[in-house]
Design a protein around this ligand. Structure first.
Ligand SMILES: CC(C)(COP(=O)(O)OP(=O)(O)OC[C@H]1O[C@@H](n2cnc3c(N)ncnc32)[C@H](O)[C@@H]1OP(=O)(O)O)[C@@H](O)C(=O)NCCC(=O)NCCS
Length: 165
């Protein structure tokens, strides 16, 4: 598996990975509620992915398997916000999200950022805690969902090593 910058040509398979990851892996968050799923999936389209891949100031990357399949997708905004980190259900618990986050942290440090932040799903909360991200206040609720976890990680010496906390 390797991590590389996304290109607009990845749009179809990468948006499918996003959609499958949310639908199949984040059940704890959406509980198969059609309204929640619809609002979550609405911008996970090939058109939107092309925009993300072409956003020159940000960093959109994909994990690619040995056979060339896209196994995961992540997106870091210039502000330090991790906006996407989704693994294919076909490649769960094989180090894909860990590798994507390590690539994002490395890119953030190249940019000179000192802090990363995100809103975690309940599904991924433990994953982030184990990688040095910390809760920033109580879980939030939006129009449809409970338990959205604001989290952040300083990119200090420990972050530089990309290690778990
Ligand atoms: C939980 C998730 C993020 C882990 O990513 P992955 O690519 O499957 O797995 P990795 O091998 O990179 O990471 C494994 C880690 O997942 C966590 N994990 C392991 N089992 C888990 C489980 N049953 N449930 C939740 N997290 C688990 C642990 O932190 C584990 O680390 P460890 O193996 O060092 O103990 C991923 O499987 C997932 O469900 N993603 C859904 C999309 C999502 O919620 N993305 C975050 C948006 S903010």
């Amino acid at each position: 598996m390797k991590i590389r910058k996304a290109t607009p040509r990845d749009a179809e398979p990468a948006s499918l990975v996003l959609r499958r990851s949310i639908s199949e892996l984040c059940v704890r968050d959406h509980e198969n509620d059609p309204l929640i799923l619809q609002s979550w999936l609405t911008n996970k389209t090939p058109e939107k992915f092309r925009e993300w891949a072409e956003a020159a100031e940000d960093f959109c990357c994909v994990a690619v398997g040995d056979q060339g399949a896209i196994l995961g997708v992540a997106y870091l905004a210039r502000s330090g916000e991790i906006r996407l980190n989704y693994v294919s259900p076909d490649a769960r618990f094989q180090g894909v999200s860990g590798a994507l986050i390590a690539a994002i942290e490395a890119e953030a440090m190249r940019w000179g950022l000192t802090r990363l932040f995100l809103k975690s799903t309940a599904t991924a909360h433990r994953f982030y805690l184990e990688r040095g991200y910390r809760d920033e206040g109580a879980p939030e609720t939006d129009r449809l969902r409970d338990s959205i976890y604001p989290m952040a990680k300083p990119l200090d010496y420990r972050g530089r090593l990309g290690n778990k906390a």
